[in-house]
Design a protein around this ligand. Structure first.
Ligand SMILES: [Zn+2]
Length: 372
């Protein structure tokens, strides 16, 4: 993790703290001194923030360890001044699993609040010091209790990117498919973001910022799920190109670069006695030109781990492999013969063409309704 300090490893999950977190600590120390608080008071404020962040780590571990139960790997947990984030490699689409993983975080905070509850000394809580957010020995546990409850409530707001957005979508999935469930959850999230925005403008600019953030994230989540399911309806056959070029592995990068300009193939397949031994994309040609020079053989610049596919595979599966990064070009095979290639460009073109035709037919339907 760039810009982050590694602090611990729990159940195989690395925990990092972002450098900006130390700015927050510095800010607390400076403002505590500026407010005329003594040394003990300042230490108490810092200890309070650190304890809250331990609760945030436990919240994120709630997600990560539940995900682990369903065999989803968490890359790491990173702590930022605005909160924590468990980076899970791939989120489940099974509604029950999504529900349990999302709800596990807020449940951890509720459990912490319940554990703290018997230890609160209600008689010693001074409302005046609470109002000024001054942490003292007598209200430390109460404040921690209140923060954990707020964390649970805030995270359960039914809007992406909060846990509540995922919980809400998972519950909606009982009655509808994932695309519709995401659309309803995203729209609800955007409605909530407007409430945040209005209250934020009136009372607190931070709320307004959260509102804008929720609005953008809701749209992004909706777009992502929509485009993914859009591709599910298409196969490799719909996107593949026959415009590839076979090049012998002993050819030089200079020859490949020349063909790139002259013939403009979409992809190169590198062969050794007609057997495909690698793929070469225009990016890889440019990279090799910069790093190794034009005399280098294409076999030194190609991707030799070729993933062959057939034309009936669903495109969302292909997209998954392409976005993971290693494969840029996939040869399409039929009875041991190459019949075409698929790369990211082919898929993007298909999305462009298909969504344009869909828009046209949608506007035609609208026209007919208006005319009738
Ligand atoms: Zn969470």
């Amino acid at each position: 993790m760039k810009n982050s300090l590694y602090i611990a490893k729990i159940s195989g999950i690395k925990i990092f703290i972002h450098w900006s977190f130390f700015l927050l600590i510095a800010w607390i120390v400076i403002s505590s001194i500026r407010d005329g608080n003594d040394f003990l008071q300042t230490i108490l404020s810092v200890a309070f923030i650190l304890t809250i962040f331990c609760c945030v780590v436990l919240h994120e571990l709630g997600h990560a360890l539940t995900a682990k139960k369903f065999n989803y790997i968490t890359k790491d947990i990173i702590l930022l001044p605005i909160g924590g984030m468990a980076r899970i490699n791939e989120l489940p689409e099974n509604p029950k699993q999504e529900f349990l993983i999302a709800v596990a975080g807020p449940i951890v905070n509720i459990v912490i609040a319940l554990i703290l509850f018997p230890f609160i000394n209600w008689a010693q809580i001074n409302p005046a010091s609470l109002e000024k957010f001054v942490i003292s020995g007598s209200n430390f546990i109460f404040s921690l209790f209140a923060v954990n409850l707020s964390l649970a409530v805030f995270n359960l707001i039914p809007a992406f990117p909060m846990d509540g957005g995922r919980v809400f979508r998972a519950v909606l999935s009982i009655w509808m498919n994932r695309v519709s469930a995401t659309a309803v959850a995203a729209r609800t999230g955007q409605f909530i973001s407007f409430i945040f925005l209005i209250f934020g403008i009136l009372y607190n600019p931070v709320l307004a910022l959260i509102g804008v953030f929720i609005f953008i994230t809701a749209k992004a989540e909706n777009d992502e799920v929509k485009s993914k399911y859009f591709l599910h309806n298409y196969t490799v056959n719909d996107a593949m190109s026959h415009h590839y070029y076979k090049l012998d592995k002993t050819a030089t990068i200079k020859e490949a670069a020349k063909l790139l300009i002259d013939v403009d193939p979409s992809d190169f397949l590198i062969v050794d006695n007609e057997k495909i031994v690698g793929t070469l994309s225009s990016d890889e040609i440019i990279k090799a030109l910069v790093e190794k020079g034009e005399g280098v053989k294409v076999e030194e610049a190609m991707n030799s781990k070729v993933k062959f596919i057939t034309k009936d595979i669903a495109l969302d599966e292909v997209m998954k492999v392409l976005t993971d990064g290693k494969e840029k070009i996939m040869p399409v095979m039929d009875n041991n013969n190459v019949i075409g290639t698929v790369d990211m460009n082919n898929i993007l073109k298909l999305i462009m063409v298909s969504s344009a035709s869909q828009k046209h037919s949608a506007s035609k339907v609208e026209e007919e309704i208006l005319q009738s």
